[in-house]
Design a protein. Structure first.
Length: 109
């Protein structure tokens, strides 16, 4: 798990120092998540799509609360303004606005 915790540190998701209680807790949580994911995969391979997390760390986890939807077109406009200020704006990006889904979370690929 060391490499996975280090990857999280590289991405800026944690500042846990190796050997600290925070680092150990994070490594244990990653192990739990990995084993639970493997258990769900085995269940689904066997045709059971009703599996629920068994470990208390995941079974009792708070559900994710979605924030208010954000307009993808608004995000694109803001991004293009930043590019234009830097002299890098592309006129061809205007074509994307015509089919960009809204809200942004509707974009899946």
């Amino acid at each position: 798990m060391t490499h996975r915790v280090e990857l999280l540190k590289t991405r800026g998701n944690t500042a846990a120092v190796k050997g600290s209680p925070e680092w150990r807790q994070l490594a244990q949580a990653l192990c739990v998540a990995t084993y639970e994911a493997m258990a769900r995969q085995v269940e689904r391979d066997e045709g059971d799509f009703t599996g629920e997390p068994a470990h208390p760390l995941l079974a009792k986890a708070e559900p994710v609360v979605l924030r208010d939807p954000v307009s993808l077109k608004g995000l694109l406009d803001d991004y293009l303004k930043v590019l234009e200020r830097g002299g890098q704006g592309e006129p061809s990006s205007n074509g994307f606005r015509s089919f960009a889904p809204s809200p942004a979370r509707a974009l899946t690929r």
